[in-house]
Design a protein around this ligand. Structure first.
Ligand SMILES: C[S@@+](CC[C@H](N)C(=O)[O-])C[C@H]1O[C@@H](n2cnc3c(N)ncnc32)[C@H](O)[C@@H]1O
Length: 210
């Protein structure tokens, strides 16, 4: 859950200062730690929560949801009037996520879609206040192309891992690194987006569609 961007002492400070999570999130964090499931973690979870709250979002589409940890932060932030679309290609992740959503009393606020996130997004009617990209990194350009037409004007595109353990500064990296570099250049080059990379954990880009 921790990234390698920051000075480790600062990273530790940012994690130690966090309030304790409730038992559901704490259990998910433990499972993610034990099984190496790459969830966004509590420091970034709070950022998602804050973004949903201050933007008044009511519809969130998540591309790549795993066990539903980030989904829960969105669903809690928006309250009973909000709705989150969970997507994952792995049906066993979705089964586990559903159990967590039921235990958290959130199942009515979340639609679970199993399959390719880009296809699921295209098939889901309407536009979204927030779209989050967190699929496999070589798919980030496809995810961006799928997300932009489905994001409402003024809406937020939130993308995880955009500093990719700091590897974005290297030339000639692997496919994931090269795709993230291309993704970052594209996002900053688009006049219709106003992006900021927040160097929290592994880097989170928050971009508003203008
Ligand atoms: C980094 S994890 C998501 C973590 C989650 N956002 C969180 O922070 O709790 C990425 C997930 O995306 C899923 N995934 C990767 N490519 C996908 C695709 N094209 N469509 C749907 N899910 C995909 C993987 O199965 C994996 O569970």
């Amino acid at each position: 859950m921790t990234g390698t961007i920051l000075n480790p002492k600062i990273e530790k400070y940012l994690n130690d200062i966090l309030p304790k999570r409730d038992s559901l999130l704490a259990e998910m964090e433990k499972l993610a730690n034990r099984r190496d499931i790459p969830i966004i973690g509590p420091a970034c979870g709070r950022l998602l929560y804050l973004l949903a709250k201050i933007s008044g979002a009511k519809r969130v589409f998540e591309m790549g949801s795993a066990i539903g940890y980030s989904t829960i932060w969105w669903a809690r932030a928006m309250g009973p009037q909000g709705h989150v679309y969970y997507t994952d290609g792995d049906a066993s992740n979705a089964r586990r996520a559903r159990e967590y959503f039921i235990r958290g009393g959130l199942e009515r606020r979340i639609t679970i879609l199993v399959g390719d996130a880009m296809k699921s997004l295209q098939k889901t009617p309407g536009k979204f206040d927030i779209i989050m990209i967190d699929v496999d990194k070589p798919q980030y350009i496809d995810a961006l192309n799928a997300a932009l037409p489905k994001l409402r004007k003024g809406g937020l595109l939130v993308t995880d891992n955009t500093l990719w353990s700091g590897k974005v500064v290297n030339r000639g990296g692997d496919e994931s690194t090269r795709t993230i570099q291309k993704f970052n250049n594209k996002v900053y080059g688009k006049p219709t987006l106003y992006p900021v990379i927040v160097p929290l954990r592994d880097g989170v880009t928050v971009a508003q569609k203008l």
